[in-house]
Design a protein. Structure first.
Length: 588
């Protein structure tokens, strides 16, 4: 069934009026379910991307500790954390940053966030201690950006308790400047998603932080204590429903290394309270100003539209990205963003809970969205709890695919309900180029079908070979690093941006590439997937195209066009100055 935008809006409002009471009667997580579509016959078309997990050979051995292994007492143990590809030392090779949690009692020795330096030979070295990034706690999300415009990417991490801002000194080390930057919370909060953005276009990166819920060990209920602590009749950790919601925060960069909380002034505090998770910032209505989208768990997701005057208005319901297509709340967790149908507009993909389909939202170019989950055949998959995701071209055929990782939040449930396993496989939807997708099983390699309890994932080219690899957080296991061994002769282009009038990281830029009658847009993001950050070099698969035209819409408002750019290269562009040499790439 399809709805007009007006009828959808009316239905959504009705759902919002009725859900408050329903929350008190149901389980702790959103109860929305969707009957899966029957799978279409396999197209038989070859898929040239093939993934192999090389984490162990690459030196990524340390497990990501996060809560109990066989059971979870509190929701804090189950949400997990993200990861990032970043080039912290500016050598042109993607390094890796992995967050970690802890345990309720006695975390194993060596538990910490970890920074791995890329050795440029498909291996990594753990430089966490040398870099000054050792930390133990309940980490959630990471976002990357050069907040002080010194040419080195900085790291912001959210936590239950106290968020942390790490300033990159440019010598391989970082300084914790949270207090000095004005980002210290006097009262502990559960920081969730985060994203740097330049919402006022002054050339300095501001910071948005979503907060999941208000939690304390002293007052938290335990499994089975009330209706929000059961799932399918089995006592489980409580929440998020039944626990108080979080409030979200916007911090303005003062241009001197400090931030000011402008949440109330900017209108962020006026939004309906929600269980906020992954936060992305991009120009979704193509007016030249960054907007903010927040995937929310068991409450309506949020879309803050930029008013161009330092304020935002929240319009997720009326714009079609707050609820399911039948007007219900869902367990929104991760977000992928890209241009799946090559119309030059940024579409959204949001991950949800088991027995529900993830949501694909088509953007009409004005920031209004239609739910195309069923027509695109995404609704054929409802078996898993889904987390990190990307709308990325994995086989370089010129059409972005959809990849996501999965894993349960209730490890004890599979003992009574084995169909709800704790460890589950990855999911890959290949783009068929006609507005629909098909789910692949082992056509992309056995690593796709390996089972883990995963959370964050990030996409990037760690070996500089012209395709996208995937970094994955597995709870209480070592991470996965899926190397893409791409075959065939498909072409590609990577675009790296350096802001001048814009923020140095160029976060918020949109890049439109035209090739063989097609066009594809991507945004330079500080966070997406689930609590994670991708390689900042935008990757475009081009299929057979060998020459492309490139349009860059810089955060400052400048629009530049580059004609007849050759494929199969890293194109580094400086705002107002054109192409500049690309560090590291020639070394491959």
């Amino acid at each position: 069934m399809t709805f007009s935008r007006r009828s959808f809006f009316q239905l959504s409002l009705g759902a919002l009026l009725s859900t408050a009471g329903q929350r008190l009667l149901g389980q702790g997580v959103a109860t929305h379910t969707a009957r899966p579509l029957a799978r279409s016959a396999f197209s038989g078309r070859p898929f040239h991307a093939h993934f192999v997990d090389v984490a162990s050979a690459a030196g990524l051995h340390a497990p990501v500790i996060y809560g109990g292994v066989d059971s979870k007492k509190y929701i804090l143990e189950s949400t997990g954390c993200g990861c990032a590809f970043l080039d912290y030392d500016n050598d042109g090779w993607m390094d890796i940053f992995l967050l970690s949690g802890t345990r309720l009692n006695d975390a194993p020795p060596g538990t910490t966030n970890r920074l791995y330096k890329n050795n440029r030979d498909s291996t990594f070295t753990d430089v966490t201690e040398k870099a000054g990034l050792q930390a133990v706690g309940w980490a959630s999300a990471v976002c990357i950006g050069d907040y002080n415009n010194d040419g080195f990417d900085d790291i912001f991490c959210t936590y239950f308790g106290q968020n942390r801002l790490y300033c990159n000194r440019g010598d391989g080390t970082f300084a914790d400047v949270t207090k000095a930057a004005g980002l210290w919370n006097e009262q502990p909060r559960w920081g969730a998603g985060c994203s740097f953005l330049d919402y006022d276009r002054d050339g300095h990166l501001d910071l948005f932080v979503s907060n999941y819920l208000r939690f304390s060990f002293e007052h938290a209920p335990v499994p089975g204590q009330n209706a929000n602590c059961n799932w399918k009749g089995i006592p489980v950790e409580c929440g998020p429903r039944g626990l108080p919601t979080g409030r979200h925060s916007l911090y303005r960069n003062n241009g001197d290394g400090t931030f000011t909380d402008v949440s109330e002034k900017a209108g962020i505090s006026k939004a309906t309270e929600s269980y906020g998770m992954t936060a992305i910032t991009a120009d979704l209505d193509e007016d030249g100003w960054p907007d903010i989208y927040v995937a929310c768990d068991s409450t309506p997701s949020l879309l803050f539209i930029n008013n161009h005057d330092g304020t935002f208005r929240e319009e997720a319901v009326v714009r079609g990205v707050a609820l399911s297509d039948d007007g219900a709340e869902q367990a929104g967790m991760g977000v992928g963003i890209g241009d799946y149908d090559l119309d030059g507009h940024l579409d959204l993909y949001k991950t949800h809970f088991t027995d529900d389909s993830c949501g694909l939202y088509h953007n009409d170019g004005t920031g209004n969205f239609d739910d195309v989950t069923r027509s695109a055949r995404i609704a054929a998959e409802t078996r898993y709890i889904c987390w990190g995701a990307g709308m990325v071209d994995l086989d370089n055929d010129g059409y972005p695919d959809i990849f996501m990782v999965t894993g349960n939040v209730y490890p004890e449930v599979e003992r009574k309900l084995p169909q709800y396993a704790n460890k589950t496989p990855r999911v890959l939807f290949r783009n068929l180029g006609n507005g629909t997708f098909e789910e692949l099983d082992d056509q992309a390699g056995l690593a796709i079908r390996e089972v883990h309890c995963s959370r964050g994932c990030a996409f990037g080219d760690f070996d500089n070979d012209g395709d996208l690899d995937i970094l994955i957080v597995n709870l209480n296991e070592s991470p996965s690093l899926l190397r893409n061994d791409l075959s065939g002769n498909q072409n590609w282009l990577k675009v790296k941006l350096e802001g001048v009038k814009s923020n140095r990281s160029a976060i918020g830029a949109r890049v439109l590439v035209r090739y063989e009658g097609k066009k594809q847009v991507q945004a330079l993001l500080s966070q997406s997937s689930f609590y994670s950050c991708n390689d900042p070099r935008l990757h475009f698969g081009l299929g057979p195209a060998k020459v492309v035209d490139v349009d860059v819409f810089w955060p400052s408002g400048l629009h530049e066009t580059y004609k007849r750019i050759s494929a199969n290269q890293l194109l580094t562009l400086r705002e107002g100055g054109g192409p500049i040499p690309s560090k590291g790439w020639a070394a491959r």
